[in-house]
Design a protein around this ligand. Structure first.
Ligand code: T6T
Length: 324
C-alpha cells in the first residue's frame, strides 16, 4: 500500500513538474516585417532577431516589401496577419497610413510591437489617441540622433555656411525626428543657414542629383546631412560627382560597409551607426516575454556609435557596421 501511495505521489509531482516544461514546448512564431528587405539596416536587425529566436526556440518569419512604401508594405502585413503568427514586429513605413492596417492585427488578437519606426505619436498603451495599441516601441532615439548629426556637421564646417538635409519623405517617424533634432540643434548655431530639405524617396540616385542641383544653386554650400542610409550614400556620391569631396562636408546616418571607404577617403566626415541588431534582439525577447506572461517595457531605447577617421579601424567600433 505504501509503495502504491508513494508511486501515486510521484506521479502527481511528475505531472506538476511537467506542466511548465510542456508550456515552454510551445513553439511560437514571431513575424518581423522590415521597412524594406534590401537595406543593410533591416538585414542587420534580422540577424539580431534571429539570434534571440534561436536562443528562445522561436520560429522567426522575415517578410517585407522591396521598397520603403506603405503601398507595398500593407499587402505584406495583410498576408502575415492571415497566417496568424503569435506576434508581429514591424517597422511601419508611415506614421498614419499603417495605423488601420495594424489595428486589424491587434483586433485579431495578434500582439503588435513596432521596431525602428512608430505609428501615431509613438507613445503607446496610454489610452490616448487611436494608435496607442502596440505593446512596445524599440528603437534609436532619433531626435537625439539628429542633434548629434547637427553638432558633428557644425564642427566639420567650422560653424558657418549653408547646409541642408537630404531626407526620405515626410511621414516616416525616424527620419522626421532626425530632421527635427537636426534643425533644433542648428538653431543654436547662428552662423549656419539650413536650406530647404530635399526629399529623395529612399532613392540614392535621386539624392545624388539633388545634391548637385542644390550645389549648382548654392556654390557656397558647405555641408549636407544624409538622414538615412540611402540619403547619405546618395548625398556623398553627389558631392563626389560635383568634385567637392572634402570641401562639402557630409554627415551620414547609418553605417553600411561602404561607409568605411568614404570615411577613409575623407568624403564622409562622420557616420552615426544605429544598433539594429540590438533592436531586433530585444524585439523578439519582448514579444516572447509577453507571450509567456511577463510584463514588458513600453519603450526600449537603443544606442548609437559615432564613426569617423579616428576610430573606424577599431574593431569595437567597426563591429557596428551593418551586414549585407
Ligand atoms: O535609417 C534606417 C531606419 O532607421 C529608417 O527608419 C529607414 O531607413 C533606414 O532603414 C536606412 O535605410
Amino acid at each position: 500500500k505504501k509503495i502504491v501511495a508513494a508511486l501515486a505521489a510521484l506521479a502527481v509531482s511528475a505531472t506538476v513538474l511537467m506542466a511548465p516544461a510542456q508550456a515552454q514546448d510551445k513553439k511560437y512564431t514571431i513575424a518581423l516585417i522590415p521597412g524594406l528587405t534590401t537595406d543593410g539596416f533591416y538585414i542587420t536587425m534580422r540577424k539580431g532577431a534571429q539570434a534571440a529566436a534561436d536562443a528562445l526556440g522561436v520560429n522567426l518569419v522575415f517578410q517585407g516589401a522591396p521598397d520603403f512604401n506603405p503601398v507595398t508594405q500593407v499587402p505584406v502585413l495583410d498576408a502575415v496577419i492571415a497566417k496568424k503568427p503569435d506576434a508581429i514586429l514591424i517597422a511601419p513605413t508611415d506614421k498614419v497610413q499603417l495605423v488601420e492596417p495594424l489595428r486589424k492585427a491587434n483586433d485579431a488578437g495578434i500582439p503588435v510591437i513596432t521596431v525602428d519606426t512608430f505609428i501615431g505619436s509613438g507613445v503607446y498603451q496610454t489610452g490616448a489617441g487611436d494608435a496607442d495599441f502596440p505593446l512596445a516601441y524599440i528603437a534609436s532615439d532619433n531626435v537625439l540622433g539628429g542633434e548629434i548629426a547637427a553638432r558633428a556637421l557644425a564642427t566639420a564646417v567650422g560653424d558657418k555656411g549653408k547646409v541642408y538635409v537630404s531626407n526620405v519623405k515626410p511621414g516616416i517617424s525616424t527620419t522626421d525626428q532626425r530632421e527635427e533634432g537636426f534643425k533644433k540643434e542648428m538653431a543654436k548655431h547662428t552662423g549656419i543657414t539650413v536650406l530647404e530639405t530635399q526629399f529623395n524617396d529612399d532613392d540614392a540616385n535621386k539624392a545624388a542629383s539633388q545634391l548637385q542641383a542644390v550645389f549648382a544653386r548654392n556654390p557656397d554650400l558647405v555641408g549636407v546631412f544624409g538622414a538615412n542610409l540611402f540619403s547619405a550614400l546618395g548625398a556623398a556620391n553627389g558631392v563626389k560627382q560635383a568634385g567637392q569631396s572634402g570641401t562639402v562636408k557630409v554627415v551620414a546616418f547609418d553605417a553600411p560597409t561602404s561607409i568605411v571607404d568614404n570615411i577613409n577617403t575623407g568624403l564622409v566626415d562622420v557616420a552615426i551607426a544605429q544598433h539594429p541588431a540590438e533592436i531586433g534582439y530585444f524585439g523578439v525577447v519582448s514579444a516572447y516575454a509577453h507571450l509567456t506572461g511577463h510584463s514588458i517595457p513600453v519603450t526600449i531605447g537603443t544606442g548609437f556609435t559615432i564613426m569617423d577617421k579616428s576610430n573606424i579601424a577599431d574593431p569595437n567600433i567597426s563591429k557596428y557596421l551593418y551586414s549585407e
